[in-house]
Design a protein around this ligand. Structure first.
Ligand code: ADP
Ligand code: 5GP
Length: 213
């Protein structure tokens, strides 16, 4: 395990902009990144696996977890409840990985307060029309939930200024490369590598300089 400081990578966007696609590419391409699997009261979509994509629970279970303070943050999004497990984040960081959170703008704001060094990335689609096309072609929404997600999107995009990074997901491979570059560069931040730097600097003290008597 490296000695550097591990961090949270928060990725937000309106539904359908491509967060899940980008997060999954990030997890594949960059070692030592792990997904924070959220809890939700939303029913699973076909192909979603319990415990991998989300942990699917009832509203009652969600309320119990919330009362016990088990969520680092939680929010109601499109009529369903979603929350980040405090324990899962602790496990990811203590395993020497960076935690990737695919959460909405309300959740991002809560995380930022508790983890000021979290890296925050907002994903924008190239246009509203393209967002609508992607959401419809994903085939996961009823006409009502599609309408609702698009309505919420108009509000969510206004909050892009709260984020440090902005990635426009037009051409997928370009957007993937951008997200990957952000994480790799963030890992090289000096503040995250002080322990390593000090350990290396100590080796400079221990050895006599060449050529000196
Ligand atoms: P989100 O997680 O933000 O709701 P998804 O990752 O599920 O979004 O993407 C929504 C749909 O758009 C999916 O069908 C996905 O395959 C598609 N998609 C994602 N990125 C692109 C892109 N750059 N160009 C075209 N389609 C995309
Ligand atoms: P979906 O139902 O499309 O999977 O997700 C809907 C929205 O909920 C997305 O914006 C997604 O990022 C967000 N979301 C997923 N998990 C969490 C979570 O744990 N907390 C918060 N605040 N939002 C979440």
């Amino acid at each position: 395990m490296s000695n550097r400081k591990h961090f949270l990578i928060v990725i937000s966007s309106p539904s359908g902009a491509g967060k899940t696609t980008l997060v999954s590419a990030l997890l594949d391409r960059v070692p030592q990144t792990r997904l924070s699997v959220s809890y939700t009261t939303r029913p699973p979509r076909p192909h979603e696996v319990d415990g991998r994509d989300y942990t699917f629970i009832s509203r009652d279970e969600f309320d119990r977890m919330r009362q016990r303070g088990e969520f680092l943050e939680w929010a109601e999004v499109h009529g369903n409840l979603y929350g980040t497990s405090r324990r899962m984040i602790e496990e990811i960081l203590s395993a020497g990985c960076d935690a990737v959170l695919d959460i909405d703008v309300q959740g991002a704001a809560q995380v930022r307060k508790q983890f000021p060094d979290a890296v925050t990335v907002f994903i924008l689609p190239p246009s509203f029309t393209e967002l609508k096309r992607r959401l419809s072609s994903r085939g996961t929404e009823t006409p009502e939930s599609l309408e609702r997600r698009l309505r919420v999107a108009r509000r969510e995009v206004l909050r892009y200024t709260e984020f440090e990074y902005l990635v426009i997901n037009d051409q997928l491979d370009v957007a993937i490369a951008a997200v990957e570059a952000i994480v790799r560069a963030e890992r090289q931040k000096r503040q995250r590598r002080e322990d390593e730097a000090r350990a290396i600097l100590r080796t400079f003290d221990e050895q006599p300089a060449a050529g000196r008597t």
